[in-house]
Design a protein around this ligand. Structure first.
Ligand code: ZN
Ligand code: ZN
Length: 789
C-alpha cells in the first residue's frame, strides 16, 4: 500500500513539473526529413499537435526531450546521440513541398490585399521554388514562382481588375499542372495569350508524391462566364483520376459575398478537398464563409500547419537506408504518431552513399577473388561430383541386384574373377556380362569386356581423391572461363560506377517508355537501373564471347584470328546490350502497372531472359557452337541468372555473384548441352596441333541445315589449316559431308594428295565413306575421324 502511495505521489510530482502543454500534446506529426551526407546525420521535421489538431509550439527543447521518444524501425533513438531544436522563424516548410496558389481577381481589392499579406508567411517559410501563384478572372494566368525576393513585385498582379469568371478553366488548368502529360481538355481552357504550363510543378510533384498542395481562393458574386470547361469536366477529372494523374491536396476558400452560393462550385470544391489517394490521407479542407476574416485566419492556420516547429537530429542508426523507414513517436510513453513512413535513400541509391576508400580496395579484391574461387569449386562439385554421384546412385539402384539363379541356366560365372555366382550375392546386371559387385569396383566400375565386346557396361562414378586435379580443371575449362569472364566483367562494371557511362543511352529509353507520373519510383533511379542493364549486357556479352571463342578456336591464334575473335566478341557485346535495351523498354512499360515503390525483381526478368538467349545465340556466329545447344544453354543460364537475380541485389557482392555464376552457368550449360549434341569430330594426330579436337557436327547435319565442311588454306574454309607449314595444301583441299542417301559421312578430295588410312591416295572429286577411326592426311597433317555416341 505504501509503495503504491509513494509511486502515486512520485507520478503526481513528475506531472507537476511538466508544463501544461506537454500534457496536451496528443500527436507527433512527421513532416519530412533531410540527411547530412558528411556527418551521416538524419534530421526529422516534427510538429506537435494537441487534441484538437492545433500546433503546440511553445515547448522548449528540454521539455520535448523529457516527453518524446522516437523509434526508427522499432529502435529507440537515444537522446545521448540526438538533439532537438525548436524552429520559430526562417524556412520551416520542407523543401519537397509544392504549393500552387490560385486567386480569384474578382475578390474586392481590400480583401485581396489581406490575402497578399497573409501569403507572405508562406513565401518566407518555404524554400525558393516551392510556391507558385496564378490568377483568374478574364483569363487564367500562367503559374509563376513566388519567393521572398520577388514577393514585392506581385502586389500589382493582385490588384488587377476582375471581370469574367473562368473558374472551371482555372481549376482544370491548375489541377492538370501537377501532371506532366497534357490532359484531355487542358488546351481548351480559356487562358491568357501565351499561357504556359509550368513544367517545374509536375516535375516536383512526381518526385514528391503526397507533398503537393493547391490553395484556391475564390468568391461568388460575379456570374460564371460561358466557360469552355464545365462543371462536369472538372468533376469527371477528379472522379476518373487514376495513378497516372497526380491530384494535389486541396485547400479551398470560398468567399460567399451576401450569402450567394453557386451550388456546383461548392460541390466541385468539396469533391476535390475530399479526394483521397490510395493511402487515404490526401484530404484537404473547404471553407465556405461570408466573413473574409475567417478566410484570412484559416489561411494563416493552413499555412502554419505545413510548417514544422521542431527538428530532431540524430546519428544514423544503420549503415544503409534503402527507402521506406518506419518511425513511431511516443509522448509520455503513449503512442503519438504511429507508423509514419519516411523515405531515406532508396533501393537503387542507398544512403549514406559511401565512396570506396582506397584502403578498402585490397580487401575487396581479396573477397572478389575468394568468391570467384569458391564459385569455381562450387561448379566443379556440381559438375564433377554431385551430378555423377546422382547418376551413379541411380545406376546402382537400377542394376545392382541380388543374384537369383535362372531357370534354364545351370551355372553362371563372374566375367572378372571367373568364379561361379552364388545366389544372394550382389551382382551388376547392366550388360549381359554379369559381375560381382566387388569385381565391378576393382575393375573401375566397368564391365570386364568393356571396349571390346561390350559398349554399355560402364557406370559413372565419382573419384573423390582425384576431384581437384588438372584433369578436372581441363574438363571444366568452359565453366571456369565463364566464371573468370564474369569476374572481369564485374571489375569493369564496378570501376565504371555500375555503367554510369551508358547513362546517355539509358535516358532516352526511360523518357520514351516510362509514362507514369503517379508512381513512387524516382526517374533517376530508373535511369541508373537501365544504364546498369546496358552495361551488364555489353560487358558480359563481350567477355563471355571472348573467352568462349578463344577456347573454341582450334586454329593457330595469329593476329588475324585474334582480331576476328575480338570483333565477333564486340558484336556479341552489342547484341547483349541491345537485348538489355529492349529489356529496359519492357521494364519501363511494365513498371507503372505494378504500383510498386521500388523496382520489383520480376520486372527485370524479361531483360535477363532476352539477354541470355540473344547472347547464347550470338555465340553461334562463326563458331562451332550449334544453335540448338546455344538456345538450350541460354535458357539454362537464364534460369540460373533468374535465381541469382532473385536472391542477389544490384549492388556490389550480389552483383559479383550474379556475374560469375551467370558466366559459369552459361559455360557449364553450353558444354553440357553441347556434349549431348556433339557427335562428329576431327582429331589432329601430329604436329603443333596434335590432340586438338575439331567439332564438325555443327556443319554436318543429316537432317538439314549446313552439311558441308571444307578444309583448306583460305579463310572461306570451315577448317582453315593456317598452322600448316608445307605448301602442299590447296586453297580448298577437301570436303566432308553427310551423304543423304547412305546417311553416312563422306570425304571428297578437291585436290591431289589426300591419303586415306595411311595407304591409298583418294581420287579427286570422288567421295569415299568415313567410318569411326579412319584417318586422312592433307599436307603434313593427319586427321582422325571420330564419332561419339
Ligand atoms: Zn567376380
Ligand atoms: Zn559387358
Amino acid at each position: 500500500m505504501n509503495i503504491l502511495k509513494t509511486l502515486l505521489i512520485a507520478c503526481l510530482a513528475a506531472m507537476a513539473v511538466l508544463p501544461l502543454e506537454a500534457q496536451s500534446v496528443k500527436t507527433v506529426q512527421f513532416c519530412g526529413n533531410s540527411v547530412n551526407d558528411s556527418t551521416t546525420e538524419i534530421s526529422l521535421f516534427l510538429k506537435l499537435l494537441d487534441s484538437s489538431g492545433n500546433p503546440v509550439t511553445t515547448l522548449d527543447e528540454l521539455s520535448v526531450k523529457d516527453c518524446l521518444n522516437v523509434f526508427e524501425d522499432k529502435k529507440l533513438i537515444n537522446w545521448d546521440d540526438a538533439h532537438i531544436e525548436r524552429i520559430q522563424s526562417g524556412k520551416r516548410i520542407p523543401g519537397n513541398f509544392t504549393f500552387s496558389v490560385l486567386i480569384d481577381l474578382n475578390i474586392p481589392d481590400e480583401d485581396k490585399e489581406q490575402i497578399y499579406r497573409e501569403l507572405k508567411k508562406l513565401v518566407e517559410s518555404a524554400p525558393d521554388s516551392c510556391v507558385y501563384i496564378s490568377f483568374y478572372s478574364n483569363h487564367v494566368t500562367s503559374s509563376e514562382m513566388i519567393t521572398s525576393k520577388n514577393y514585392a513585385g506581385f502586389k500589382e498582379k493582385f490588384m488587377q481588375k476582375g471581370g469574367n469568371n473562368f473558374f472551371y478553366s482555372a481549376l482544370y488548368s491548375k489541377m492538370a499542372e501537377f501532371t506532366a502529360e497534357t490532359q484531355e481538355l487542358e488546351n481548351e481552357a480559356s487562358r491568357v495569350d501565351g499561357y504556359q504550363k509550368n513544367p517545374i510543378i509536375a516535375n516536383r510533384a512526381s518526385a514528391n508524391k503526397g507533398k503537393n498542395i493547391l490553395i484556391i481562393i475564390t468568391s461568388s458574386g460575379s456570374q460564371l462566364t460561358m466557360d469552355s470547361i464545365t462543371f462536369s469536366d472538372v468533376d469527371t477529372y477528379q472522379l476518373n483520376a487514376d495513378t497516372t494523374v497526380i491530384i494535389p491536396k486541396v485547400y479551398a476558400f470560398y468567399y460567399t459575398k451576401n450569402g450567394e452560393i453557386d451550388v456546383q462550385v461548392k460541390e466541385v470544391l468539396s469533391d476535390f478537398t475530399e479526394h483521397e489517394d490510395l493511402t487515404g490521407d490526401r484530404k484537404g479542407k473547404l471553407l465556405l464563409t461570408d466573413n473574409f476574416d475567417d478566410i484570412i485566419n484559416t489561411l494563416g492556420k493552413t499555412i502554419s500547419k505545413q510548417m514544422y516547429d521542431y527538428v530532431l537530429t540524430y546519428k544514423a542508426l544503420k549503415d544503409r537506408y534503402e527507402g521506406a523507414t518506419r518511425f513511431i513517436a511516443k509522448w509520455n510513453d503513449l503512442n503519438a504518431g504511429e507508423g509514419t513512413i519516411l523515405q531515406i535513400g532508396s533501393k537503387e541509391h542507398p544512403w549514406p552513399d559511401r565512396k570506396p576508400e582506397p584502403n578498402d580496395i585490397l580487401p575487396q579484391a581479396l573477397v572478389a577473388l575468394l568468391t570467384t574461387l569458391l564459385t569455381i569449386a562450387f561448379f566443379i562439385l556440381i559438375l564433377k561430383a554431385l551430378i555423377p554421384w546422382i547418376k551413379s546412385k541411380m545406376f546402382a539402384a537400377k542394376y545392382y541386384k541380388k543374384y537369383v539363379p535362372e531357370a534354364n541356366v545351370q551355372r553362371r560365372v563372374c566375367n572378372y574373377c571367373k568364379q561361379e555366382l552364388q545366389p544372394g550375392q550382389t551382382i551388376v546386371t547392366k550388360c549381359k556380362h554379369y559381375m560381382h559387385i566387388h569385381c565391378w569396383k576393382i575393375n573401375h566400375y566397368k564391365c570386364a569386356e568393356y571396349g571390346q565386346n561390350c559398349n554399355e557396361g560402364i557406370q559413372e562414378h565419382v573419384e573423390w581423391n582425384t576431384l581437384f586435379t588438372k584433369h578436372t580443371l581441363r574438363d571444366c575449362k568452359q565453366t571456369i572461363a565463364g566464371i573468370l569472364a564474369g569476374l572481369v566483367s564485374w571489375i569493369v562494371y564496378a570501376i565504371s560506377q555500375n555503367g554510369e557511362f551508358l547513362g546517355a543511352l539509358a535516358k532516352p529509353i526511360v523518357n520514351t517508355f516510362y509514362k507514369s507520373q503517379g508512381q513512387m519510383i524516382n526517374l533517376a533511379d530508373l535511369e541508373d537501373k537501365v544504364s546498369a542493364f546496358l552495361a551488364i549486357g555489353l560487358l558480359l556479352g563481350f567477355f563471355l564471347s571472348l573467352v568462349f571463342r578463344y577456347n573454341d578456336e582450334y586454329r593457330k591464334k595469329d593476329w588475324k584470328v585474334l582480331l576476328k575473335i575480338f570483333g565477333l566478341s564486340l558484336l556479341s557485346g552489342i547484341i547483349g546490350m541491345a537485348a538489355f535495351a529492349i529489356g529496359g523498354c519492357i521494364l519501363c512499360t511494365w513498371l507503372p502497372y505494378t504500383h510498386a515503390s521500388h523496382i520489383p525483381w520480376y520486372c527485370s526478368l524479361p531483360a535477363y531472359l532476352l539477354f541470355s538467349i540473344c547472347t547464347a545465340l550470338s555465340l553461334t556466329i562463326k563458331s562451332s557452337v550449334p544453335v540448338k545447344s546455344a538456345v538450350l544453354g541460354g535458357l539454362c543460364s537464364a534460369v540460373i541468372g533468374f535465381i541469382v537475380l532473385y536472391f542477389g541485389d544490384i549492388k556490389n557482392w550480389g552483383m559479383l555473384l550474379n556475374f560469375i555464376i551467370y558466366g559459369g552457368g552459361l559455360g557449364a550449360s553450353l558444354v553440357t548441352v553441347r556434349a549431348l549434341a556433339e557427335k562428329y569430330f576431327l582429331v589432329i594426330q601430329n604436329g603443333v596441333k596434335a590432340g586438338q579436337r575439331i567439332p564438325i557436327h555443327k556443319w554436318m547435319n543429316a537432317t538439314g541445315g549446313g552439311n558441308k565442311v571444307t578444309i583448306g588454306m583460305t579463310g572461306d574454309c570451315e577448317i582453315q589449316m593456317n598452322w600448316e607449314k608445307s605448301n602442299k595444301v590447296a586453297k580448298e583441299h577437301a570436303q566432308l559431308y553427310i551423304d543423304q542417301t547412305r546417311l553416312m559421312p563422306v570425304i571428297k578430295p578437291l585436290a591431289n594428295g589426300v591419303v586415306y588410312n595411311n595407304r591409298a591416295e583418294l581420287p579427286v572429286g570422288k567421295p569415299s565413306g568415313l567410318s569411326n577411326g579412319d584417318t586422312f592426311k592433307i599436307g603434313d597433317t593427319i586427321f582422325k575421324y571420330e564419332e561419339t555416341d
